[in-house]
Design a protein around this ligand. Structure first.
Ligand SMILES: Nc1ncnc2c1ncn2[C@@H]1O[C@H](COP(=O)(O)OP(=O)(O)O)[C@@H](O)[C@H]1O
Ligand SMILES: [Mg+2]
Length: 329
């Protein structure tokens, strides 16, 4: 890949989930750590939509927060256009302006006491990009860009529907003229009919402004129409990465196959459709070896002891011992 816009290497995040000190002393418990992400590496090319999928609790949001510098990694690095992003190192404003984030719940992410015009122009003020008059005009213009009306600048978030509020959140994200937007479940809180409109808007904006997206979703049917490439997370680890269409056509990892089997509206000719079997394990005490082995129909001895490393596949990479036998290293 020629100079990726975003390069993530060995990204790991642990959370201290220990009981309070006194309880630990009395109950003679050790400190407990939860590994939300382990050794995650991927790159995002300029103009691409890289999607991260995985069940709830697989570590998607934790990656999103680290990538935009809201949370420091425990290990590993994130580089944006060659420069380190790390919440614990501080991020220069000139760099910070260049990426934004859109959250799942547009109501929670918009200040209810601010008028829409103020909400949208807040990044413009924060980064000192325009004077107040120009910022107001820009907010009105951005409302039209996202399919709302310029006169909506004087309204409050509660006066809008869920889909409209997500449009406002998008307009706000665009106002600092970012190159890269991290979208964490941007349509998961919306009705199905509205989801498609928001996804179409995101695609149009991507074309118009040359945006690069990290799109996060638990829903494969959402990423299917959006993603250039898709990364599949399982219990904090990336188990497969592939070009979007090919992940659906020729999934390699047994977990990816299980996820695809569970999507109801996919035309999987000749393949049996069944729900995702078993529960996602507790990340405080993950299974040994490949964390997927207790649910995996292909698991053998090695899978219980050794964590599989990513190997090249025809359309990307996958980390699975069962594939090692088929794909030459
Ligand atoms: N601040 C935190 N403290 C402790 N555990 C956390 C924290 N944030 C996330 N986790 C845990 O990390 C794991 C991954 O969470 P998250 O990244 O939110 O997953 P996803 O977005 O895929 O649902 C979960 O087990 C979650 O409980
Ligand atoms: Mg999440």
């Amino acid at each position: 890949m020629p100079d990726p816009l975003v390069k993530i290497e060995g990204l790991t995040r642990r959370f201290d989930v220990s009981k309070p000190w006194l309880n630990r002393v009395i109950e003679r418990d050790d400190k407990q750590f939860l590994t939300a992400n382990a050794d995650v590496s991927f790159e995002i090319a300029k103009g691409e939509t890289f999607a991260l999928v995985g069940e709830s609790g697989s570590g998607k949001s934790t990656i999103a927060k680290m990538v935009v510098g809201l949370l420091p990694p425990s290990a590993g690095t994130i580089r944006f256009d060659g420069q380190r992003i790390d919440a614990s190192l501080g991020i220069p404003r000139s760099l910070r302006r260049r990426f934004q984030m859109i959250f799942q719940d547009p109501f929670a992410s918009l200040n209810p006491r601010w008028r829409v015009g103020e909400i949208i122009s807040e990044p413009i003020r924060t980064f000192g990009l325009m004077n107040a008059t120009d910022a107001r005009a820009e907010a009105a213009r951005l409302l039209e860009v996202v399919g709302l009306s310029a006169s909506d600048v004087t309204k409050y978030p509660h006066e809008f529907s869920g889909g409209q509020r997500q449009r406002i959140a998008i307009a706000r994200a665009l106002s600092s003229k970012p190159e890269f937007i991290v979208c964490d479940e941007p349509t998961s809180a919306l009705d199905v009919s509205v989801q498609a409109q928001i996804l179409n808007l995101m695609r149009d904006l991507q074309d118009e402004f040359g945006l690069t997206y990290l799109l996060i979703s638990h829903d494969l049917s959402v990423v299917r129409h959006m993603a250039t490439r898709i990364g599949v997370l399982y219990l904090g680890r990336l188990v497969e990465v592939a070009q979007g269409k090919r992940l659906f056509a020729e999934p390699q990892h047994p977990y990816t196959r299980m996820l695809l089997d569970a999507v109801p509206d996919l035309a999987l000719s000749g393949r049996r459709r069944r729900p995702v079997e078993g529960e996602i394990p507790n990340p405080i005490s993950p299974p040994s070896g490949c964390a997927f082995h207790p649910r995996c129909p292909l698991a053998f001895d090695r899978c219980r002891t050794e964590i599989p490393q990513p190997r090249p596949t025809p359309a990307g990479q996958a980390a699975c011992h069962a594939l090692d036998d088929m794909v030459p290293a």
